[in-house]
Write a protein that binds this ligand. Structure first.
Ligand code: PMT
Length: 397
């Protein structure tokens, strides 16, 4: 299973808001990710954008009226409701939320929403006072109680010049909301997957740490792949510049000991642990509580002590996947870790080349399982590597 957007049928409802310009970007991202996209524009949206914009992006006619004789909806007014795997309304104006909350059906978008059985996502965009108004909040609660997802809005600078809650979420985040809605019946639905990511930092003193080159990209990519197969996902991450992906809880830790506590706590009710983090095998024996002064010393000796093995400390009755970052004898060393750490699967990566392992967007791994199965993957995007790992995990569950 790959990106759930591929070959999915998505309907995008666009309503009247200055955030309409972002809807064009959203449409483009959905189409590029492989969705078959239909667009419905309300009268308000037509004041901001020309339907040709969406027609050019989707290569499909854009629905602008329930009564347009040229439109598919004139012959079958619930055609899009039936065809859609998910419907997203972005931007969603206060008016659109109110119509949906009260079951209006006098325009193409409202009628489609009323007839829809597919999951529905609203991405509100409006002035903060309009969003915070009791009427809008009641409408939002009403929609949420029916299972509708309200994605956003964010705090930020609004078209009125005010700062407040009312900015539409960015298109990349909305694409992820669509993925999450599409993956609700994925092969990991109902499963909890814990993923570790990044390189732990072991303090020497309040300003210096011993760490490694892990960027966290591999772990975050596995986490996104698990989310896109329906899992509930928690990432336990050592310091990284990566933002939390939409729909994934990220617990930030620094040291191996902190990671061990967080991983064990999260694994209490988990089905799968994927340890993609580069955990420091050693930590300075005692971190100084003041900055170490260099004075006139020409060298410094730091005594290091062994960190505990995190993956080995976790309960045995869940599926455990480890990574092995190797610079020589990759297969032999990785096989040793599979056995010693009692893993179900190990992903061995040779971290000596630039496009593999630390910091890169791609990786080349060999997957080895307990039963002697070996699968050599070519150079792939880390998200794809994540899916290959999860293909095997799904079979083990
Ligand atoms: O983050 P990126 O920049 O994307 O880089 C990705 C990566 C190279 C870090 C990743 O692909 C990878 O190989 N991660 C594991 C790195 C590592 O620490 O390997 P190891 O061979 O030292 O450890 C083997 C396994 O035991 C790993 O799953 C590790 O998380 C785990 N371990 C290690 C030490 C320890 N004290 N406790 C552990 O659980």
């Amino acid at each position: 299973m790959r990106d759930p957007l591929i070959d999915s049928s998505v309907t995008l409802g666009v309503t009247g808001s200055i955030a309409c310009y972002k809807a064009a970007d959203l449409a483009s991202r959905l189409v590029r990710a492989g969705a078959k996209l239909d667009v419905i524009m309300t009268e308000g949206a037509l004041r901001f954008l020309n339907p040709i914009t969406f027609a050019a992006i989707t290569h499909r006619p854009v629905v602008t009226s329930l009564f347009d004789p040229q439109s598919e909806l004139a012959m079958d007014h619930v055609a899009l409701a039936r065809r859609s795997d998910v419907i997203i309304v972005a931007p969603a104006s206060a008016d659109a939320l109110a119509k949906a909350a009260w079951g209006f059906a006098g325009d193409a978008l409202s009628a489609t929403l009323l007839a829809a059985e597919a999951p529905v996502i609203f991405a509100p965009a409006m002035d903060a006072n309009m969003y915070d108004n009791a009427a809008t909040q009641e409408n939002v609660s009403r929609l949420v109680s029916r299972g509708v997802v309200i994605a956003g809005p964010e705090e930020g600078r609004l078209a009125s010049g005010l700062i407040g809650r009312g900015r539409m979420l960015e298109p990349a985040a909305l694409v992820d909301h669509v993925r999450i809605a599409l993956s609700r019946h994925g092969d990991l639905a109902g499963r909890k997957v814990v993923v570790s990511a990044g390189g732990t930092q072991e303090p020497m003193d309040p300003v210096r740490v011993v760490t490694n080159r892990s960027s966290g990209k591999m772990g975050f990519a596995v986490a996104r792949a698990a989310r896109d197969r329906g899992a509930s996902v928690v990432v336990v991450s050592a310091p990284t510049a990566l933002p939390a992906p939409t729909g994934i809880d990220v617990l930030r830790v620094e040291t191996a000991l902190e990671m061990m506590d967080a991983v064990n706590a999260q694994c209490e009710d988990a089905d799968v642990l994927v340890m993609a983090a580069a955990v420091a095998d050693w930590r300075p024996s005692g971190a100084a509580d003041r900055k170490l002064k260099k004075g006139t010393a020409r060298s410094l000796t730091v005594e290091m002590m062994r960190n505990p093995d995190i993956v080995a400390s976790v309960r045995k009755d869940i599926v455990k996947v480890g990574f092995a970052a190797e610079t020589e004898d990759v297969i032999e060393n990785a096989h040793g870790k599979l056995v010693d750490k009692e893993l179900d699967l190990v992903a061995a990566n040779d971290v000596t080349s630039a496009d593999v392992g630390f910091g890169s967007d791609t990786n080349r791994v060999v997957l080895m399982d307990r039963d002697g199965g070996v699968m050599e993957l070519g150079l792939l995007d880390k998200y794809e590597v994540g899916h290959h790992i999860l293909d095997k995990v799904a079979r083990m569950l």
